[in-house]
Design a protein around this ligand. Sequence first.
Ligand SMILES: [Cu+2]
Length: 163
Amino acid sequence: MFAGGTQEEDPPSVAQVVALDECDPTTFNAALGPDFCKNVALGAFTKLTDLFAKAKAGTPDPGWDFEPDTVHMKKGTILDVVDQGGEPHTFTEVEQFGGGFLPVLNAPGENTVSECADGFSNLAVARTRILQGSHTQITGLSKGEHLFQCCIHPWMRVKVVVK
Ligand SMILES: [Cu+2]
């Protein structure tokens, strides 16, 4: 190495994950507060009661999704997650996929995974929150498989495979 560093390393590449949802501003904000849902989905709205009903039936709304479902990336790649939906999500690494911290949104018989326990009163969960229009970046993932899910809408799941 020369002093002053004439040799630059290539900047790490970025792998993108997008969080999507179709929250209906009228019903979500009536129940959850003004500006909770800032929908950008142009007409593709799911009412809050329908979201609950579908989750309870074990057929959660596919409009709530992380894309892609699987990410293959090299070690050192930055994993950038952007919330392009209308409401907050979390991008939380878990040992095994399972339920989130709102039982009403979990599949029948599905328990809250420990990583999501206590919701946003758990600082570790709060740190993984992504607000509408914002990004979070995950760095330093080790080689192997990593599982991430939303602790609110637990059917939002991504597998990251680091080589
Ligand atoms: Cu979510």
